[in-house]
Design a protein. Structure first.
Length: 191
């Protein structure tokens, strides 16, 4: 498989199924941002010592490839007119969302209760986690926009929403494991 094809030099790209669209298309922005998120989670995973967290993040990366492939395939390429699958494209499901919720529910009780917002930072690994969290939020916003303009999968939006929640809780857990003090954001009105 050749790395460069030159077919995108004019500013268009192919979706799964062959349809060519502008690289500025919302669908391209959606799966491109999911790819960015996946790459950043790889960086985060590489900086974590805990085998449990590393394995969980690796499983998330696999799900993000599923999500990206689904986004890269317009409905008309996924489903024939009679409703059967045209291309075998997996989708994110409620069960995938529940896996994230279960992990959040496992980690959160181990943390001190929050009384204020927390400023991102304190350690490079924690900071990487917060950057991944914000990329997940951006991917979610773009997928909402895509769904408003085209068909969508509501479970993708729930998955990205819950993923950002998980990454926030993971950042807090990493702060605890690395013995990094969380810096609370205290509004000036409380000083």
């Amino acid at each position: 498989m050749k790395i460069y094809t030159k077919t995108g030099d004019s500013g268009t790209t192919s979706l799964f199924g062959g349809q060519r669209v502008s690289k500025a298309n919302c669908r391209i922005d959606a799966y491109g941002t999911v790819d960015e998120l996946n790459s950043y989670i790889g960086l985060l995973r590489d900086s974590i010592v805990s085998q449990h967290h590393r394995e969980f993040l690796l499983a998330i990366q696999h799900k993000l490839f599923v999500l990206g492939a689904f986004l890269a395939t317009p409905e008309e390429s996924r489903v024939k007119k009679n409703g059967t699958n045209r291309l075998k494209i997996a989708a994110i499901t409620k069960a995938d969302v529940q896996v994230l919720e279960k992990e959040i529910d496992f980690l959160d009780p181990q943390l001190t209760p929050m009384t204020h917002f927390i400023l991102p930072g304190g350690h490079p690994t924690v900071s990487h986690c917060h950057v991944a969290r914000t990329i997940s939020r951006r991917a979610e916003r773009i997928c909402v926009l895509l769904q408003e303009n085209e068909e969508g999968n509501i479970d993708i939006i729930a998955f990205l929403n819950r993923l950002s929640d998980y990454l926030f809780v993971l950042a807090r857990m990493l702060s605890k494991e690395l013995q990094v003090q969380e810096i609370k954001w205290i509004p000036e009105s409380e000083n």
